[in-house]
Design a protein around this ligand. Structure first.
Ligand SMILES: CCCCC/C=C/CC(=O)SCCNC(=O)CCNC(=O)[C@H](O)C(C)(C)COP(=O)(O)OP(=O)(O)OC[C@H]1O[C@@H](n2cnc3c(N)ncnc32)[C@H](O)[C@@H]1OP(=O)(O)O
Length: 394
């Protein structure tokens, strides 16, 4: 008796197969056939087929197509079925997915199927930070959770106003990478405590031996550039939940988010000139486009601090909520958004963003280069020394 792979029994697939592609009904795996060394065995393959049925979340049609194609390739080899007609959308999508695998060997397809299922099982089971993610984060300064289709990256250094340490930049990059591949549909960045984020941790510049200052400036610029690149390239809807004041890089990055929700307690402050530094996060390009050059100049040259309402008026913020209902209202909205079809959301984002991507990468490279110069300038060193010796605060 033929068995139906759990996911393929999903309504999207069911009843859609006719003619030569009807073989979504998979024959029982032949457990006695063993593959070449390093390839998944038939037993692993059979286990993976069972695991698919146990997934808690629908992985979306794109992944289901991948699973289908790999299954067909692993069991039947390259696609020899006649191409379905243009109007037979579902059959055509499946045929395309299978055909795209070309001459991929059966054993490799089997291995890829097993790997894909195991990555789906891992992400579908993670209601809170998976152990692997915990290991990636060196400290508790970043908490990553995944629930209701939303991956939340929470800055968690409230005693330091969520200032970003070097390790946190790295951890956020890893978290974004993981979120771009997990089964969540949208990704949120937010802060713990009364601040959203007070920007770069100025102690990142502490205790650098004089002969290493230049080298550290260069390596920090590389880290900054890589960090901002992840935001430029992030494929899913990215939402900032700005729970309180935001400073420096946490403000400039907002131009790379798709939606920014702010508490009415939030403020937006980019005191770069005060610190002898210069704008980053692509803000030198995005802010003038977004709010007009003179409003952008007030922020980025003169360090004018905006209230949440002012930031809303200038397009930096999408919506402002009273602080006492902020969390409730925002999360209700986000949970509803996270139910929307994930591929449609990604595609809409790509269409809106892809024409600017190259430009943004170039802007990011230039801003990072210039900042490396600023960090070794007298103006910047004086400002940082003043902060570290507790003589200055914003
Ligand atoms: C790879 C590198 C990439 C670099 C990218 C570059 C980015 C540029 C920027 O982000 S520029 C912005 C830098 N940020 C600041 O200049 C903010 C400095 N902080 C302050 O001015 C104030 O702390 C405050 C206005 C944010 C909050 O003031 P408040 O009085 O409410 O609170 P405290 O000052 O007592 O803060 C509590 C403790 O937190 C420490 N802290 C706060 N922000 C930072 C920070 N950015 N860097 C380091 N430490 C910070 C503060 O020192 C207090 O510590 P303490 O309790 O030990 O005294």
């Amino acid at each position: 008796m033929a068995r139906v792979v759990g996911l393929l029994a999903h309504r999207w697939f069911s009843g859609a197969f006719r003619g030569p592609l009807q073989v979504i009904r998979c024959p029982a795996p032949q457990l006695h056939v063993s593959g070449p060394a390093m390839a998944a065995s038939q037993e692993d393959f059979a286990k993976a087929m069972n695991q698919v049925k146990l997934l808690k979340e629908d992985p979306g049609n794109e992944v289901k197509l991948k699973l289908y194609a790999l299954y067909k390739q692993a069991t039947e080899g390259p696609c020899n079925a006649p191409k379905p007609g243009m109007l037979d959308f579902i059959l055509k999508a499946k045929w395309d997915a299978w055909n795209a695998l070309g001459n991929l060997p059966k054993e490799t397809a089997r291995q890829n199927y097993v790997d894909l299922v195991s990555s789906l099982s891992a992400s579908s089971c993670s209601q809170v930070t998976p152990a692997a993610d915990k290991k990636q984060a060196e400290s508790d300064s970043l908490v990553v959770t995944s629930e209701d289709g939303i991956t939340t990256i929470r800055l968690n250094r409230p005693a330091k106003k969520n200032a970003l340490t070097t390790q946190m930049y790295r951890d956020i990059m890893r978290a974004l990478e993981a979120a771009s591949e997990d089964s969540s549909r949208i990704t949120v960045l937010t802060g713990s405590g009364d601040y959203y984020c007070s920007g770069n941790d100025l102690t990142n510049f502490k205790d650098i031996p004089p002969d290493k200052v230049e080298e550290r400036a260069q390596s920090s610029a590389v880290l900054l550039r890589d960090f901002v690149d992840r935001f430029i390239d992030f494929p899913k809807p990215l939402i900032a939940v700005v729970n309180g004041p935001a400073v420096g890089i946490s403000v400039t990055l907002l131009g790379l988010f798709d939606v920014v929700y702010a508490s009415d307690r939030a403020t937006f402050h980019t005191p770069f000139s005060h610190l002898g530094q210069s704008p980053e996060g692509c803000s030198s390009y995005i802010f003038p486009k977004m709010m007009g050059p003179s409003k952008a100049a007030e922020m980025l040259i003169f360090g004018k601090k905006l209230t949440a309402r002012e930031a809303l008026a200038q397009g930096l913020v999408t919506a402002v909520f009273p602080d006492d209902t902020f969390q409730k209202e925002v999360w209700a909205r986000l949970k509803a958004y996270a139910k929307l079809p994930p591929n449609a959301m990604r595609i809409a984002k790509r269409l809106m963003r892809h024409q600017e991507k190259e430009k943004l990468h170039a802007v990011n490279a230039e801003e990072s280069r210039v900042l490396a110069e600023r960090w070794v300038s007298d103006e910047c060193i004086t400002a940082i020394v003043a902060f570290l010796s507790k003589k200055a605060k914003l």
